[in-house]
Design a protein around this ligand. Structure first.
Ligand code: F6R
Length: 608
């Protein structure tokens, strides 16, 4: 987590780096800071809160400089205070460091520094880096950073400046992303190349334990043994999409309403109705390879994990391939058994989730091939996998995932169709599947037109502090996703559960103060779901049902019903989820929480 941005070149640097970290706010936004060198003096400023707060303070200073580094923070070690915000400086304020990641052995380094009379003043793991570099500095800035790095354990990316080297930024990466943008007579460094895309499209990415020296004339890169290395220059192809809220009050609401279009984008030119099959041209695996796949392991976290759970059902049911869905943060510490013909599918909107990257690297080491499902071109995942299917959802600014989840479902549905048609699915079944898929954008338009009813229902339920979210089969992960949205943006406790499990314990919590949101659009398990909801009602629980139009018997049980357009069970999660998104959004609005940047969260989780 955290975003780093640095600039060196002829332009005024402070506004460039502040703009840069604002683009990186999705990585964290609890405090921000900047450091620059002016007439040989290292100046810095830090503020608690968003980058806009720092911008106000810095603009009053009229700083002029050609070199600056900046940081937006998501606290890992130490509360979000001014003292803990980055940059961190050494005791004599000679060098400043911005850092993304975790220094795992910061305590050991801190004790070593203390023995040499150097005391840290913040609670962060980062501060030791600044002291260490200053301590090891003997006139050669680059060498001091290179000598400090082997003493630091963990996964991290850093950018450092030194008052005696006003024409240099030294940066380094160890298992955390760091992109260097190569302009004409100017250089950029950022946690994500998207942040400097409007200035340059040429970039290099630092790999494990590599260090780079940036001057306005160019970049020199070195490996862990200090030997110069030639890095491959990449031409960035993704577009500069300036995000704006338009007429919407929040990015999240805009992104929810974009879904008819994003679903269309995800489908575009990816199927042939005539053959009843998917045409995934960018899939870098031959049909022979895919036919041989005997087992699939899906790796993901959070919302992407829920998409993976839905896909697992679909792949098993339609393509008859055994699928395991693994929570990346747990899986990375397993010793996975990888037999021949195992395919791993790593799902990540950002392509930067540390746990998912680590889990997929572990599987690759053991011989599995990796297919990525990702929204961000140029991300670490997109660069490391054997093949990547992109969501084409455009930038998602709201921290809680909305449109990218439904795009993941579309891409995974197409993938399931592709596998299924290679195995036992008939052409006719394939055509029916495609017809249902292509109806989704219009069906979602209808759901969005029903927002008025959802607003009223959200008002009715906004004061409750505890919810159950229930579903069966395809609706179980849908319920988990619905509950996650409510927790994230409305700060309301919502327990996602398989409806059939309620009587094994959780039903003890049901009372009139704990409503149930019931996802009923899985027609195969619908009758069972009705029985489970009767059990809830019998214990005084309120029920808000999300059910397919035409299933009228639910109206007699539930206190409120939101209808969704009927579709195939495996595609029903799309519309039901969007109802869940709108419900969470309007509950959050009613409760006055911060919707686009909820407390304690970050869009890209780059630490484990
Ligand atoms: C929830 C949410 C998170 C992410 C999770 C994985 O709304 O956004 O749960 O889904 O952090 O992120 P990615 O998909 O970027 O790997």
């Amino acid at each position: 987590m955290c975003g780093i941005f640095g600039y060196i070149g002829p332009r005024e640097a402070t506004s460039i780096v502040l703009d840069g970290i604002q683009k990186l706010e999705y990585r964290g936004y609890d405090s921000a800071g900047i450091a620059m060198i002016n007439d040989g003096v290292l100046c810095h400023e830090k503020e608690v809160g968003k980058v806009s707060r720092l911008q106000e303070v810095v603009s009053a200073k009229n700083w002029e400089t050609n070199l600056a580094i900046a940081h937006t923070r998501w606290a890992t070690h130490g509360r979000p205070t001014q003292g803990n915000a980055h940059p961190h400086l050494d005791t004599q304020k000679k060098c400043a460091v911005v850092h993304n990641g975790i220094i795992e052995n910061h305590d050991t380094v801190r004790h070593l520094l203390e023995k040499r009379g150097i005391t840290c003043i913040s609670d962060t793991d980062t501060e030791v880096i600044a002291h260490l570099i200053a301590y090891l500095y003997k006139g050669n800035f680059l060498r001091a950073v290179q000598r400090a790095l082997p003493l630091l354990k963990g996964a991290f990316a850093i950018a450092v400046i030194h008052h005696a080297h006003p024409g240099e930024i030294v940066c380094a990466a160890k298992e955390s992303p760091l992109a260097i943008g190569i302009g004409k007579g100017e250089m950029f460094v950022a946690s994500d190349s998207g942040a400097f895309l409007k200035y340059t499209r040429r970039a290099i990415y630092l790999g494990a334990s590599e260090v780079a020296l940036l001057t306005e004339h160019g970049v020199e890169a070195f490996d862990a043994q200090f030997a110069p290395i030639e890095k491959k220059r990449e031409e960035l192809s993704h577009s500069v999409e300036e995000a704006s809220k338009g007429d919407y009050q929040h990015f999240m609401l805009k992104e929810i309403h974009e879904q008819p279009q994003t679903l269309q984008n995800a489908l575009l030119a990816r199927f042939s109705r005539d053959y009843g099959t998917a045409t995934l041209d960018n899939l870098n695996f031959s049909d022979e390879e895919l036919k041989k796949v005997e087992r699939i392991v899906i790796l993901a976290c959070g919302t992407s994990l829920h998409a993976g759970m839905i896909a697992a059902h679909m792949l098993e049911e339609k393509a008859r391939i055994p699928v395991e869905v693994e929570i990346s943060s747990e899986f990375r510490y397993k010793n996975p058994i990888v037999k021949d013909n195992t395919l791993a599918i790593a799902i990540s909107q950002s392509g930067e989730t540390a746990d998912t990257l680590a889990a997929m690297r572990e599987l690759r080491e053991k011989g599995a091939r990796i297919l990525g499902i990702c929204n961000m071109q140029g991300s670490t995942m997109a660069r490391e996998v054997d093949s990547c299917l992109f969501l084409r959802a455009g930038p998602e600014i709201g921290v809680a995932a909305s449109k990218t989840f439904t795009s993941q479902l579309i891409v995974l549905s197409l993938l399931s169709l592709h596998f299924a048609r290679m195995r036992q699915m008939s052409q006719q079944e394939g055509v029916l599947f495609i017809d249902a898929l292509t109806k989704l954008p219009e069906q979602i338009r209808q759901v969005l037109l029903g927002s008025g009813q959802i607003i009223e229902i959200a008002k009715k339920y906004a004061a409750y502090e505890n919810f159950f979210y229930l579903g069966r089969r395809y609706m179980y992960p849908t319920a988990l996703e619905g509950a996650l949205k409510l927790k994230e943006i409305a700060y309301v406790n919502a327990n996602g559960y398989p409806a059939g499990e309620m009587k094994h314990g959780p039903i003890a919590l049901i009372n009139e103060m704990c409503p149930t949101v019931a996802f009923c659009a899985d027609t195969y398990t619908y009758p069972k779901m009705l029985s489970n909801l009767m059990e809830v009602k019998a214990r005084g629980g309120k029920v808000l049902a999300i059910a397919p139009g035409g299933a009228s018997d639910i109206a007699a049980i539930a206190d409120d019903v939101i209808w969704v357009p009927p579709t195939l069970d495996e595609l029903a999660p799309v519309a039901s989820t969007i109802v869940g998104q709108l419900f969470s959004y309007y509950v959050a609005k009613e409760r006055g929480t911060e919707i686009d940047q909820p407390r304690n969260l970050a869009k890209s989780v780059t630490v484990e």
